[in-house]
Design a protein around this ligand. Sequence first.
Ligand code: VGL
Ligand code: ZN
Length: 205
Amino acid sequence: MRRALIVVDLQNDFCPGGALAVPGGDEVVDVANELLAEIPLSVLTQDWHPGGHVSFASSYDRQAYELDDSVDPPRVLWPDHCVAGSPGADFHPALKTERAKLIIRKGFSLNLDSYSAFFENDGITPTGLAGWLSSLGVGSVVVMGLATDYCVKATALDARKLGLEVSIVAEGVRAVNARPGDGDAALKIMEEAGCKIITLREMLV
Ligand code: VGL
Ligand code: ZN
């Protein structure tokens, strides 16, 4: 059974100084580069939104990080981030993108967000990643990146739903923590769904 690496959203806007900065987000780039050297079949995801995107607080004249509870489940409204083609949407400059075999862009529909690398937030519109992995005989994925409490969680949970073995590299994830503890809660939910939380060292032996 083949194994693949999924590196989630290591983009400038999710790193310190970016529009939706995840604390310590840039610290995981070295971890990504090590894993990209180790695991030949690798995918980078790239959050890639049109201006005026459904997830942007500015689309409603609301404040960033406000909770929109007019939808079920309630969603966080984000600062404008990862606008397609903008510098903030670029990968972190130190990420060795040349090692990756596939780049999956997500969140490009104006009225539908996509946290997961597999399905948009309607839960059914595929990104194509599941087909790519299954056509290559991948049964096991290693997941890392940003952010633990949103796109990493959604990606890991969808991978489990698709029947994949999932390992999350502990040093390779960082959380937004819009509410304190969100990152730890997300790790627990992933673990309960059958994801293994492993260290980089365990991964490399
Ligand atoms: C993400 C919020 C909005 C993520 C993307 O990569 O976790 N979070 N867009
Ligand atoms: Zn986004």
